[in-house]
Ligand binder design. Structure first.
Ligand code: NAD
Ligand code: LMR
Length: 339
């Protein structure tokens, strides 16, 4: 067991805290799209994560610079950059977690579905390589439209004979991050104590924050709940418009992506009671994929948790989102199975 490069004995004890054996396993994380707006800060945050022992940064361009830069940070993981398709296999081999923020972002006036034509192909080819080089890795899908790219990934893995529904995640953590921030501001409660499940999918009305389950309780009036729900659903658009053509959320997304990857690593390492919301294969509604609270374990999804009790407003939101989410899922499945 080789713990940390550039580390100290006291730091190695810190990393081991919470692990019964005292030893933190070796874990390789690959970021695909690592030179992009999300990829770069995400690479930085994963370099800061002591659960990572190897960090592979892959992109079609620009990764040598990002990797050289990040690699100088004196934390545990060894960093390597990979550029171009011929190096994708090496980047992926041995990965425990693969995070995918590869693809184009929105500009003002676009929906996430408008990204489908470009990003569906990117996701399909990256997932084909994952099936070949690291079929057992947990896949954290960030590329939009998540409501379709996750079903695409599932179909690619099914075709390759490697699909394990416990290992495929659409990253919806940013919706939770936003819901927590907006709720804390309105309810005047400490943001660090806030918990709110966000269910459904990751686009517009398919994003359904369950403020009736928010803690600490604040008994906000209906008009505040309506406004918070709308702001959470439109959070991505708020950033796209503010960036005025320079892309979509990158920094908050990198934070959210790092949080979710950390939860996956903790689950793999056997830390108990790790629960995050994610868009996964699910049977809690009639749809094959749905975001809800998920318990993470040594094999990925340990349990897809139910929705809990919903307010009438949330019940209506759930009814309303199902047709759109269904269509996005079916679009992904159809794309993956054509040709
Ligand atoms: P970006 O354009 O800044 O970066 C994307 C990167 O992907 C680029 O570096 C590009 O070279 C790379 N890339 C393109 N094709 C590739 C391929 N075949 N293999 C590897 N890398 C490839 O975009 P961004 O702002 O980082 O956003 C990336 C994606 O994440 C977008 O689709 C965006 O909509 C999505 N996103 C999702 C969430 C979420 O909550 N799930 C949040 C924000 C953004
Ligand atoms: C977000 O929620 O910020 C992302 O899905 C990016 C976008 O296009 O809104």
């Amino acid at each position: 067991f080789r713990l940390i490069r550039n580390g100290s004995a006291s730091r190695s004890r810190d990393i081991g805290r919470g692990y019964s054996s005292g030893a933190v396993p070796e874990r390789k994380v690959a970021v695909l799209g690592a030179a992009g707006g999300i990829g770069q800060p995400l690479a930085l945050l994963m370099k800061l994560n002591p659960l990572v022992s190897r960090l592979a940064l892959y992109d079609i361009a620009g990764t040598p610079g990002v990797a050289a830069d990040v690699s100088h940070i004196n934390t545990r993981s060894e960093v390597a950059g990979y550029m171009g398709e011929e190096q994708l296999g090496q980047a992926l081999e041995g990965s425990d977690v693969v995070i995918i923020p590869a693809g184009v972002p929105r500009k003002p006036g676009m929906t996430r579905d408008d990204l489908f034509n470009i990003n569906a192909g990117i996701v399909k080819s990256l997932c084909t390589a994952i099936a070949k080089y690291c079929p057992n890795a947990l896949v954290n899908m960030i590329s939009n439209p998540v409501n379709s790219t996750v079903p695409i990934a599932a179909e690619v893995f099914k075709k390759a004979g490697t699909y394990d529904e416990k290992k495929l995640f659409g990253v919806t953590t940013l919706d939770v991050v936003r819901a927590k921030t907006f709720y804390a501001g309105k309810a005047k409660v400490p943001v660090g104590e806030v918990n709110i499940p966000v269910v459904g999918g990751h686009a517009g009305i398919t994003i359904l924050p369950l403020f009736s389950q928010a803690t600490p309780k604040a008994n906000l009036p209906d008009e505040d709940i309506n406004a918070l729900t709308k702001r959470t659903q439109d959070g991505g658009t708020e950033v796209v418009e503010a960036k005025a053509g320079k892309g979509s959320a990158t920094l908050s997304m990198a934070y959210a992506g790092a949080l979710f990857a950390d939860a996956c690593l903790k689950g793999l390492n056997g830390v108990p009671d790790v629960v995050e919301c994610s868009f996964v294969q699910s049977n809690i509604t009639e749809l094959p994929f749905f975001a809800s609270k998920v318990k993470l374990g040594k094999n990925g999804v340990e349990e897809v948790l139910g929705l809990g009790s919903l307010s009438d407003f949330e019940k209506r939101g759930l009814e309303n989102l199902l047709p759109e989410l269904k269509a996005s899922i079916e679009k992904g499945i159809k794309f993956a199975n054509q040709i």
